[in-house]
Design a protein around this ligand. Structure first.
Ligand SMILES: Nc1ncnc2c1ncn2[C@@H]1O[C@H](COP(=O)(O)OP(=O)(O)OP(=O)(O)O)[C@@H](O)[C@H]1O
Ligand SMILES: [Mg+2]
Length: 247
């Protein structure tokens, strides 16, 4: 994707063009409420990668993730999953093909118990079940009968992440999962994202504000600005200062 790869990122460009990426966005345009939000986003995510997406408020990060899921219609360009065109595929089918989103807000059912929330998104043949979730977040086992609406913000976020994992996705999209959480929970969320990436081989795209945390966990950093990819580089080639300059 030469249009989205900045100077000095030739290696990443060569790598992504040599094999079929798990996720490919090619010049994707999308509108929200009649206004253009994505203005030609091109981005490749290889299987097994951990990519962080940064950008100003309103830059289009959530829209980007929602567009992949089919929640925002594509006005131009193409989205493919493992080489298959999913540009106009309905959300339930995209989920069935292995894409899961933890939305920026309320990715759970407040009036259901923890256990019911988890089994709602479960896949019988999936590698991730209740045992694996309760191992990742032991508190959810203790609270499994509690209504999610009565839990703390941090516990709710654990439920939201767990619901997304219960479908045993190939690609997990996380939209600012650590916003509003206390530091130890932010660290736990980052650990879990890393764990599912390394232990389960799930490809992760994480939208996140915390640059320092991003540089610790991600393999590649993408900066979105006004609906375009402004930077796309391996973590080893960027510094927090350089990202700050773009934000
Ligand atoms: N439901 C909506 N109605 C109208 N405009 C919207 C709606 N949702 C998003 N937008 C607009 O679309 C643009 C992109 O929003 P988006 O939520 O993708 O940004 P973001 O990068 O995720 O921001 P944040 O960091 O604040 O979450 C913004 O200008 C926003 O105001
Ligand atoms: Mg957002």
């Amino acid at each position: 994707m030469s249009t989205s790869v900045p100077d000095g990122n030739v290696a990443a460009a060569a790598r992504s063009s040599s094999t079929t990426p798990l996720l490919r966005l090619d010049d994707v345009h999308a509108e929200v409420a009649g206004q253009p939000v994505l203005r030609g986003v091109s981005l490749d995510v290889a299987e097994g990668e951990f990519v962080a997406v940064l950008g100003h408020n309103g830059a289009g990060k959530s829209t980007l993730l929602r567009t992949v899921l089919g929640l925002v219609p594509v006005r131009g360009g193409r989205i493919s999953l493992a080489g298959e065109d999913i540009t106009r595929t309905a959300t339930p089918q995209v989920v069935r093909k292995g894409v899961s989103l933890v939305p920026q807000q309320r990715g759970y059912f407040e009036n259901l118990s923890v256990a019911d929330n988890l089994t709602f998104g479960a896949r019988a043949e999936g590698r991730i079940g209740l045992d694996e979730i309760y191992e990742l977040f032991p508190i959810l086992r203790d609270r499994r009968a509690q209504l999610v609406g009565t839990m703390s913000g941090g516990q709710r976020q654990m439920v939201a992440i767990s619901i997304a994992l219960m479908s045993s996705p190939r690609l997990l999209l996380l939209d600012e999962p650590s916003v509003g959480l206390q530091p130890n929970l932010v660290a736990r969320v980052m650990e879990v994202a890393t764990q599912v990436n390394t232990e389960y081989g799930i490809t992760v795209v994480l939208v996140e504000q915390n640059i320092e945390k991003v540089l610790q966990v991600a393999g590649r950093v993408v900066v979105i600005n006004q609906g375009l990819v402004q930077m796309d580089a391996p973590v080893a080639e960027v510094t927090a200062d350089r990202i700050w300059q773009l934000l």
